[in-house]
Design a protein around this ligand. Structure first.
Ligand code: URA
Length: 233
């Protein structure tokens, strides 16, 4: 592949920046400075050093982020801070986007990737990938409320699919969904005359939010988690 394309995909430099840096001798391929950035390289064999740092090419990037409040699940927004703003500029990759959405005030697990096909598979309703959310409600939930939520409620013209609700206190619990409609849990609680006061996603399929990640922190998925991401149905 072309060197400047590789560097752009890895979020290192735009094509014109690569051309400029190559002219300055800042890009080495197998130890030799290249004068032009449009040369062909083999990402599996050639050693590329960009401004003194080795660049390892990976087609796809997978990031686990612990989303804090106040960030929108979008790639850019004219007014709001986005989940991508939490990733350091040197770790940005072209095409990185959040796999699924959490509301601005929802916390917890967000996976960022540039693997569009993988994300699409995971989000597709036909794969029934489950997501677990910790919640706190304004009012205590009755047994009848739990039964209604689990069976499915009308959230304004849409009847939610069966789900599971486990209470951990009068007003707190975990809810497992296999779908993701807009504001789904908030609207489900409203359907039983209650209100969500806290919402945090703690798992996405078999991938669990790493308890070591503080709010706003992120890390790359491990090899095992990457496999869970690409293989889970
Ligand atoms: N349900 C909601 O209401 N909000 C979220 O962010 C996720 C699920």
């Amino acid at each position: 592949m072309r060197l400047d394309k590789l560097l752009s995909q890895m979020g290192k430099a735009t094509r014109s920046e690569s051309a400029r840096l190559a002219r300055m001798g800042k890009i080495l391929v197998n130890g030799t400075p290249v004068k032009k950035s449009d040369v062909q390289v083999d990402p599996d064999k050639d050693e590329i050093v960009f401004c003194g740092a080795k660049v390892t090419y990976k087609e796809f990037t997978y990031i686990m982020l612990n989303k804090p409040e106040g960030y929108v699940s979008a790639t850019d927004d004219p007014r709001e801070k986005t989940v991508l703003d939490l990733v350091d500029p040197e770790d940005q990759r072209k095409g990185l986007f959040p796999c699924g959405r959490l509301d601005k005030n929802t916390l917890g697990l967000v996976i960022l990737t540039n693997d569009g096909e993988g994300a699409h598979r995971l989000l597709s309703p036909k794969h029934h990938v489950s997501k677990v959310y910790k919640f706190e409600a304004k009012l205590p939930l009755t047994k009848e409320d739990v039964a209604s939520l689990e069976k499915g409620v009308d959230i304004g013209g849409y009847f939610t699919k069966p789900c599971s609700v486990t209470l951990t206190g009068e007003r707190t619990g975990e809810i497992t969904l296999t779908e993701g409609k807009y504001h789904q849990i908030k609207r489900m609680l409203e359907a039983v005359n209650n209100k969500i006061t806290y919402l945090e996603r703690i798992s996405f399929g078999k991938i669990l939010l790493d308890p070591c990640l503080k709010r706003g922190e992120w890390r790359y998925l491990t090899k095992e988690e990457e496999e869970l991401f690409t293989n889970q149905q």
